[in-house]
Design a protein around this ligand. Structure first.
Ligand code: SPV
Ligand code: MN
Length: 619
């Protein structure tokens, strides 16, 4: 018997033997030797295994029970409240390059460093081994994934967020065709990890594995989320499909007997989940999609996940009725980094007064409490989240588990800008749409560690995760659509337009934009051609606002919201061009669209002499 099997009980050994996979055995052996856990537990897809991880998270203090049945709370360390952009590195052999925006590290050096830090990191702890499937089971879209971790919270989260995969591993027939993730929270005190300075997230494309240590925040620790996204992007681009940071939703226009599927990419905290959860529509997934060309010349997509790790801030009965209801009724779910008082969770913007004391991500909290830098600690973190299964939601789409995926008729790219883009527009063509997606800008939010409110360029909202050069990513996008008979229409949204510091739109207005996009797919609305793309006509929006909200949409509101801000748009083009000129081998097609867009804006400026043009002038 070898070292690691002595650390397992008979049940664990049997679960492993069933797979007959020497690669899995080798991986477990390697990391058991390196991390030296006191015990190794192999879990399968059974309810027993799922209950085991949940109970262990409660027993070891990573989670606490809340009052409502099935609800638990987990805290991350005070300094582990978002994705770590600095210590997350793609390991690359010398000489290979990625986009400038992605942190890389020479592979051998990175492996040596992280393996050094992993030595004995699980001493005295239990290593859990769990099998998952990224995408629906038994589907050509899907990828098997193996998780090793000493955090029961990570496994509990993954049991909610991903499909079980022990069966899927059996179907591998001993092959090496799977991703693997090794995580350790490192030393823990009061349920949170303490060696944050030694936090590392190293992505090894060559072995399709990620080693992530000294963290718990799910964006850093949960292998199957943003770590698998990085591995899958590299895989997809070698195989002519797309792996996107996108939701998938079914749009159901009232009175019409049809569903139209859309995917949408929005940088964190730009309205992605709340778009996918618009009342009256159905949700397939809210974060990551695998998209493939299908036989009939259209694109099809599956949700990589089966759950939602959503931002809880501003979820309230008015703006996000569906989610609010789900978060306040009994079901299995995990709250993270909210405030609790007497076993009840509270968060920012929930539409209720918050208690003046309680327990939050800083420990015992009271109003006015400050941190070591004299900064006032908010009652709940701005990136506080909830973890829930989509099947628990009343708006779950009927095709969530369809191994064939759903047909995608529209891509939506959403940014966050207060003074440049219109609320909704349609691209002039597929390639123009790729240009628009590649030019997304967004003011930064709390989902990643760093300054908040800085305008950042985030192509397809995927920049952090690009494990292929930006040029390859854009080129493959252009080709993907060109090869389809009926590529999805491409739209761009901006819910955050402001005038004199005030938002120009209500949060719920996004439903109108969505219905306009859906109608466009079916050729039901005309559009106004402007230098930046097609925008809705006033009469169509007026009709939609009346139908959906019984609201009178005023012409002056339309004019303010859909004005073409030529000067700001030209400045944006300059910013985008400056960024892309620093990248190598960007396809000519991209610059063609950039130059054309600038020419069209210039022409309009010369013709009308106005830096802000009313949309009515294009009608
Ligand atoms: C996001 O911020 O895009 C998320 C949450 O989906 S995280 O797991 O942090 O990536
Ligand atoms: Mn995301």
């Amino acid at each position: 018997m070898d070292a690691d099997s002595r650390l397992m009980d008979a049940k664990s050994r049997a679960r492993l033997e069933e797979l007959k996979n020497p690669h899995v055995n080798k991986i477990i052996e390697h990391y058991t030797r390196l991390c030296r856990p006191a015990k190794v537990t192999i879990l399968d897809d059974s309810k027993n295994s799922i209950d085991y991880a949940r109970a262990l998270a409660l027993k070891n203090g990573e989670e606490k029970q809340l009052k409502t049945k099935g609800h638990t709370i987990h805290f991350d360390s005070y300094h582990d409240q978002g994705r770590d952009l600095v210590n997350t590195r793609v390991l690359l052999p010398k000489g290979l390059k990625l986009s400038k925006a992605v942190e890389v590290k020479e592979r051998n050096e990175g492996l040596k460093e992280v393996f050094g830090l992993m030595e004995g990191i699980m001493e005295g702890k239990e290593m859990l081994v769990k099998f998952y499937c990224l995408g629906p089971e038994n589907s050509k879209f899907s990828i098997a994934a193996l998780q090793l971790t000493d955090s029961a919270y990570v496994v509990h989260s993954e049991d909610i967020l991903y499909r079980q995969g022990h069966q899927e591993f059996k179907r591998l027939n001993g092959s090496k065709n799977f991703f693997h993730f090794v995580h350790s929270a490192g030393r823990i005190e009061n349920g949170v990890c303490i060696d944050i300075d030694k936090r590392r997230v190293y992505i090894d494309l060559e072995e399709e594995r990620v080693m992530t240590i000294n963290n718990q925040y799910a964006g850093n620790s949960v292998g199957l989320k943003k770590l698998a996204l990085r591995l899958a992007i590299s895989k997809a681009h070698g195989e002519d499909w797309l792996c996107e940071h996108m939701f998938i939703m079914g749009v159901h226009p009232k009175g019409k007997d049809r569903v139209t599927y859309f995917t949408g990419a929005f940088p964190s905290a730009c309205g992605k989940t709340s778009t996918a959860m618009i009342p009256g529509q159905t949700i397939v997934g809210d974060d990551i999609a695998y998209i493939r060309p299908a036989e009939d010349g259209i694109a099809k997509a599956v949700n990589v996940e089966q759950g939602i790790f959503g931002i809880i801030e501003d979820v309230n009965p008015i703006d996000d009725a569906l989610i609010y209801k789900s978060l306040t009724t009994p079901r299995e779910m995990i709250f993270s980094n909210v405030l609790t008082d007497g076993g009840i969770p509270y968060w920012l913007g929930m539409g209720k007064e918050l208690p003046k004391k309680g327990i939050n991500y800083s420990g015992e909290w009271h109003l006015g409490k400050k941190d070591g830098k004299d900064k006032e600690i908010l009652p709940a973190h701005k990136n506080a989240r909830y973890t829930i299964r989509i099947s628990e939601l009343e708006n779950a789409d009927e095709n969530t588990e369809n191994p064939e995926g759903v047909p995608v008729r529209g891509f939506i790219y959403g940014g966050r800008d207060s003074d440049t883009s219109v609320p909704v527009l349609q691209s002039l063509s597929w390639a123009h749409g790729v240009f628009i997606g590649a030019a997304i800008e967004s003011e930064t939010t709390a989902a990643a560690i760093g300054a908040v409110g800085v305008r950042k360029h985030n192509p397809m909202s995927n920049i952090e995760f690009l494990t292929v050069p930006l040029s390859v990513y854009i080129e493959n996008h252009i080709r993907f659509g060109d090869d389809l008979d009926k590529p999805p229409l491409i739209f761009a949204t901006n819910y955050f337009l402001k005038e004199n510091g005030k938002f120009l739109n209500e949060k719920v207005d996004k439903k109108v934009w969505l219905m306009w996009m859906e109608g466009r797919v079916h050729g039901e609305f005309d559009a106004v051609e402007t230098p930046i793309g097609f925008i809705p006509g006033y009469e169509d929006l007026k009709k939609l606002f009346r139908e959906i909200f019984s609201k009178d949409y005023k012409k002056e509101d339309y004019v303010r919201q859909f004005s073409i801000k030529i000067k700001n748009l030209m400045e944006k083009l300059d910013r985008i061009e400056a960024i892309f000129r620093q990248e190598e081998n960007i396809p000519d097609m991209f610059y063609h669209h950039l130059v054309q867009q600038r020419e069209r804006l210039k022409e309009a400026l010369e013709k009308h002499g106005k830096e802000v043009m009313s949309p009515l002038e294009f009608g």
